[in-house]
Ligand binder design. Structure first.
Ligand SMILES: NC(=O)c1ccc[n+]([C@@H]2O[C@H](COP(=O)([O-])OP(=O)(O)OC[C@H]3O[C@@H](n4cnc5c(N)ncnc54)[C@H](OP(=O)(O)O)[C@@H]3O)[C@@H](O)[C@H]2O)c1
Length: 355
């Protein structure tokens, strides 16, 4: 495989910064360009100060697709807010067609625009009609631990949501089981989950000493989680998902509680074996004792999982960095898998302990 050239749409956001940071360490990435309307002409480091003297380059107002078409292996990461890529894609496809890029480039979307299978599911989850429903089926859902074979060679990948990734990885080894019953999911996230533009939900004074739930039983990522369970053949379950916002900046921690029927034989020992067998070849899932810790995964692409069982009550806890395994790291993992590079390139790093 040749050298990879990357364009980042939405390069000035938190996702854009993490893409620049991690891709600059990727052995097969030759060139990274990034777009920002507000910061066009400015060096990357002015927006992402951690990249000073590490990643050279300036933001562009618009992509130069003619120049990009010369790349041997072109990859586009879209890190724009929800709805933006879906609104722009038809026009982009026409431009890519003119430059002989449409069928050659790998497009990886970090937003929720192309994660679901149908326009109806999308509207239920996001509350608005999909701007380009005809394109939904052209994207593969990029959860490598679930369907790596579909990601291999894919040209369009929708990277999963951060909560969705955490809860799916907590539940994946159980997916397909019948009559799992009530699945209670309680999950917390840090403020960077809402992006770089300040809002009531992320403003420091309103968040620093607070703890609250939001979108109770109504979070858009629930659709990704139940779609996975249904696709694997789970029946007889009911999922209740309660997200919380915390004073953390990065990190997600999900606690999943179930009381599966005794007939499934899910005791502490069999559960441990089930998870070990399932994740044996998953380089970024670590089974840990006792409890995962956000401080052990922040800055890394790892999702740490702990499993407990007592008197038939099962608790699975999972933690990851929303900006890495919950977003950019997973997107790069998808790029690596899709383009047949080493899955772990640029990603096999420990976190920032202590934070
Ligand atoms: N933050 C997370 O933990 C997380 C996790 C998983 C997935 N995601 C998803 O990933 C995407 C990016 O998230 P983020 O946290 O990086 O967001 P962000 O910090 O708000 O950054 C958004 C970027 O998009 C650009 N942008 C905004 N409107 C645009 C438009 N109309 N056309 C072109 N560019 C536009 C902005 O740049 P300019 O205004 O300078 O052009 C900015 O660079 C979102 O869809 C988000 O839902 C986020």
């Amino acid at each position: 495989m040749g050298k990879i050239n990357v364009y980042i749409l939405g390069g000035s956001g938190y996702g854009g910064g993490e893409l620049l940071r991690l891709l600059s360490q990727h052995p097969q990435v030759q060139c990274i360009r990034a777009v920002s309307r507000r910061h066009a002409g400015e060096p990357f480091w002015k927006t992402h100060p951690n990249l000073y003297h590490v990643v050279d380059g300036t933001f562009e107002a618009e992509p130069d697709w003619a120049a990009f078409a010369k790349a041997e292996t072109p990859v586009v990461f879209s890190a724009m807010p929800h709805f933006e890529l879906a609104q722009q894609l038809q026009e982009l496809e026409a431009v890519w067609q003119r430059h002989d890029l449409k069928d050659r480039l790998t497009l990886i979307d970090l937003s929720g625009d192309f994660r679901l299978d149908s326009a109806a599911e999308f509207e239920r989850a996001y509350g608005k009609p999909h701007p380009y429903p005809q394109a939904l089926s052209s994207f593969v859902y990029g959860l490598p631990e679930w369907q790596k074979d579909k990601i291999k060679g894919a040209k369009r990948i929708a990277s999963p949501g951060c909560f969705a990734t955490t809860v799916q990885l907590a539940l994946l080894p159980l997916a397909g089981l019948k009559n799992l019953g009530f699945i209670a999911v309680s999950a917390i996230t840090g403020s960077s989950g809402s992006g770089a533009t300040p809002s009531d939900a992320t403003h420091h004074p309103t968040r620093a000493n607070d703890f609250r739930a939001y979108k109770v039983l109504n979070h858009q990522h629930e659709a990704e989680i139940t779609r996975l369970l249904d696709a694997e053949g789970s029946t007889g379950y009911s999922l209740a998902f309660v997200p919380h916002s915390t004073p953390l900046v990065r990190g997600i921690f999900a606690t999943v509680q179930l009381h599966p029927p005794a007939a499934l034989g899910l005791n502490a020992e069999s559960l441990r074996k089930r998870y070990e067998d399932f994740y044996r070849d998953a380089p970024f899932v670590r089974l840990v004792e006792d409890t995962p810790r956000i401080s052990a995964v922040v800055g890394s692409n790892f999702c740490d999982i702990a499993i407990h069982e007592k008197n038939g009550n099962v608790v699975v806890m999972a933690a990851l960095d929303n900006l890495v395994k919950g977003m950019v790291g997973q997107a790069i993992q998808n790029m690596n898998i899709a383009n047949l590079a080493q899955e772990t390139y640029a990603l096999y790093l420990g976190g920032l302990y202590p934070l």
